[in-house]
Design a protein around this ligand. Structure first.
Ligand code: NAI
Ligand code: MG
Length: 497
C-alpha cells in the first residue's frame, strides 16, 4: 500500500458551470453559486450555479412545453434513435474530457472512467436508441364484440435525481431510457459532482436533442431536489441515493401529485464464499467488490461470509493482495483507489471504523486516513464481525470489508438475508446445487454467481426490501418511463373474435 502523487499534466478547463434550461446555459435566478471541490486536494474546482425551487420551476415548464408541443415525443422513433446515436458518438469523442471531469470532481480512477464508465454511458444511449422503435402494446383478446389494444405512451415530464458515485453512468442509466420513451426531463446531479452532467447537457444540444427535452439543474438536494419531487407538473421521479432521502422522495410524491417513483437506494450486500472455491481468484473478486470506486458503491459486497474450511487461507490471501493495492491520485495509472468523494463521506467512513473497533470487531488492516491532504482512507478489513454489529448492518459506502465465518448453506442463507436491504449478493462456489439454492433463496434484486458487479444494459438492476423498487437498465427500465393506455371499441362483423 502506498500513496503516490501522479497527476495529469493539464486538466481540462471547466467550460460549463451554469444551469442548462430550455437549451441554454443560464445563471440561477437567485444568482447564487456553490463550490465543487476536488477531493484529491480539497481545493475549489469551480463555482456552480445553485438552482433552487424557481429554477426547477422554469426547467419543468420548459420540459412541459417540449413534451406537450415540442417535436421529441412526436418524432418517428427512428428520429429519436438517430439523435441518441449521435449523442452517444459525441460522448465517445469527448471521453477524455469527461473522464477528467469525473476523476477531478469525484476522485474516480481516470483510466477506469475513460476506458469503462464513459464508454458504457454512451452504450446505454445506443441500447435504448435501438429500443426506441420497438415499443409495442398488445392486441387483446376481448370477451365480447370489441376490439381492444394497449398503447405504451411516454409518462411525460420526468425528474431524474442522480448520486455522486457514478455521475455520468447514472445520468445515462436514467436519461437514455427516458429519451427513448419520448419523455422530457429535469435532471439534478449531486451537488458533489455537477461537472460531467453539465458537459453531457452541452453534448445533448450538439446531438440535436431539442431545447427543453433535457434540462439540468445543479444545486442541493433539500432545495432543487425537493422541488422536483414535490412539483405538481413532474409526472415521475427516478431517484438513486440514500434510503433516508428515498423516504422523503416518496413522501413528496404522495403529498403532491401522486407521481410514481423509482427508488434505487442503499445496500449491505452479502458476499458468500464456500469452501470449494479457488481462493486466489475469489480473493480478487471480493476485494474489487468492496474497494472498486473506493467502496462508494451501492452494491458493495460489504458483508463477506467465508465458510470455515477456507477462512484462514482467505484472510491470508486478501491481506497478501492488499500489499500491491495502491491508494493515491486517481490520475496515476498505478493507483487502484482514489479519495472519498467529500469530507462528509470521509468522516462518515472513519466514524464507522471507530464504531467497529468499539463494538469489538478485530481491525485486521487499515482503518486510518492516508496523507495530509485529500480524503484518502486505507483499505480496511474487520474480522470477528457479528451480525448485530453496526458495521454489519449499516451501509458504510467506503473501503471497509467485514469478514464473518459460517458453517452450513442454511446458515449462509439465513445470515445473508438478515438485512433490511436487498440490493445485491454474491455466491462463490463450484457446486451447482449450492449456487442454485443460494441464488434463489437470497432476497436481493441481483445475485452474481462466481463474479461480482457484472452490469449490463440488458440486465435489469434494482433492489428488494429497503433497497428500493423499480429497475434501472434493461427493458424494465424503459417500461418505467412508459404508461399503458388501454383502448376498446366495438367491432362489427368480424369473422372471428
Ligand atoms: P443523498 O441521498 O442525500 O443524495 C443523492 C441525491 O439526492 C443527490 O442528488 C442529492 O442532492 C439528492 N437529494 C438529497 N436530499 C434530497 C431531497 N430531500 N429531495 C430530493 N433529492 C434530494 O445521499 P448523500 O447524503 O450524498 O450520501 C449519504 C449516503 O447515501 C451514502 O453514504 C450512501 O450510504 C448512500 N448513497 C447511496 C447511493 C446509491 O448508489 N444507492 C448513492 C449515494 C449515496
Ligand atoms: Mg466534487
Amino acid at each position: 500500500m502506498a500513496t503516490q502523487n501522479g497527476s495529469l499534466e493539464c486538466l481540462p478547463k471547466i467550460k460549463f458551470t451554469q444551469l442548462f434550461i430550455d437549451g441554454q446555459f443560464v445563471d440561477a435566478l437567485s444568482g447564487k453559486k456553490f463550490e465543487t471541490i476536488d477531493p484529491r486536494n480539497e481545493e475549489v474546482i469551480a463555482e456552480i450555479a445553485e438552482g433552487d425551487k424557481d429554477d426547477v420551476d422554469l426547467a419543468v415548464k420548459a420540459a412541459r412545453r417540449a413534451f406537450d408541443n415540442g417535436p421529441w415525443p412526436r418524432f418517428p422513433a427512428s428520429e429519436r434513435r438517430r439523435r441518441m446515436l449521435k449523442f452517444a458518438d459525441l460522448i465517445n469523442q469527448n471521453v477524455e474530457e469527461l473522464a477528467a471531469l469525473e476523476a477531478q470532481d469525484a476522485g474516480k480512477i481516470y483510466n477506469l472512467v475513460k476506458l469503462a464508465e464513459i464508454p458504457s454511458a454512451a452504450e446505454k444511449l445506443r441500447y435504448y436508441a435501438g429500443a426506441a422503435d420497438k415499443i409495442h402494446g398488445s392486441t387483446l383478446k376481448m370477451s365480447g364484440q370489441f376490439h381492444g389494444y394497449t398503447l405504451l405512451e411516454p409518462v411525460g415530464v420526468v425528474g431524474l435525481i442522480i448520486p455522486w458515485n457514478f455521475p455520468s453512468h447514472m445520468f445515462m442509466m436514467k436519461a437514455a431510457p427516458a429519451l427513448a420513451a419520448g419523455c422530457t426531463m429535469v435532471i439534478k446531479p449531486a451537488e458533489q459532482t455537477p461537472l460531467s452532467a453539465l458537459f453531457l447537457a452541452h453534448l445533448s444540444k450538439l446531438a440535436g436533442i431539442p431545447d427543453g427535452v433535457l434540462n439540468v439543474v445543479t444545486g442541493y438536494g433539500h432545495s432543487a431536489g425537493a422541488a422536483i419531487t414535490s412539483h405538481m407538473d413532474v409526472d415521475k421521479v427516478s431517484f438513486t441515493g440514500s434510503t433516508e432521502v428515498g423516504r422523503l422522495v416518496m413522501q413528496a410524491a404522495a403529498t403532491s401529485n401522486l407521481k410514481p417513483v423509482t427508488l434505487e437506494l442503499g445496500g449491505k450486500s452479502p458476499f458468500i464464499i464456500f469452501d470449494d472455491v479457488d481462493v486466489d481468484k475469489v480473493a480478487d473478486i471480493s476485494l474489487s467488490a468492496i474497494l472498486y470506486n473506493k467502496g462508494e458503491l451501492c452494491v458493495a459486497g460489504s458483508r463477506v461470509f467465508v465458510q470455515e474450511g477456507i477462512y484462514d487461507k482467505f484472510i491470508a490471501t486478501v491481506l497478501e493482495r492488499l500489499n500491491s493495492w495502491v491508494v493515491g491520485d486517481p490520475f496515476d495509472p498505478n493507483v487502484r483507489q482514489g479519495p472519498q468523494v467529500n469530507k462528509k463521506q470521509y468522516n462518515r467512513i472513519l466514524s464507522y471504523i471507530e464504531i467497529g473497533k468499539k463494538e469489538g470487531a478485530t481491525l485486521l488492516t487499515g482503518g486510518k486516513p492516508l496523507g495530509n491532504k485529500g480524503y484518502y482512507i486505507e483499505p480496511t478489513i474487520f474480522t470477528d464481525v457479528t451480525d448485530e454489529m453496526t458495521i454489519a448492518r449499516e451501509e458504510i459506502f467506503g473501503p471497509v470489508m467485514s469478514i464473518m465465518k459460517f458453517k452450513t448453506v442454511e446458515e449462509a442463507i439465513k445470515r445473508g438475508n438478515a438485512s433490511q436491504y436487498g440490493l445485491a449478493a454474491g455466491v462463490m462456489t463450484n457446486d451447482l446445487n449450492i449456487a442454485n439454492t443460494v441464488s434463489r433463496s437470497i432476497r436481493a434484486g441481483i445475485v452474481w454467481i462466481n463474479c461480482y458487479m457484472v452490469f449490463n444494459d440488458d440486465l435489469p438492476f434494482g433492489g428488494f426490501k429497503m433497497s428500493g423498487f423499480g429497475k434501472d437498465s434493461g427493458m424494465e427500465c424503459l417500461h418505467g418511463f412508459l404508461q399503458v393506455k388501454s383502448i376498446a371499441m366495438p367491432i362489427h362483423n368480424s369473422p372471428w373474435l
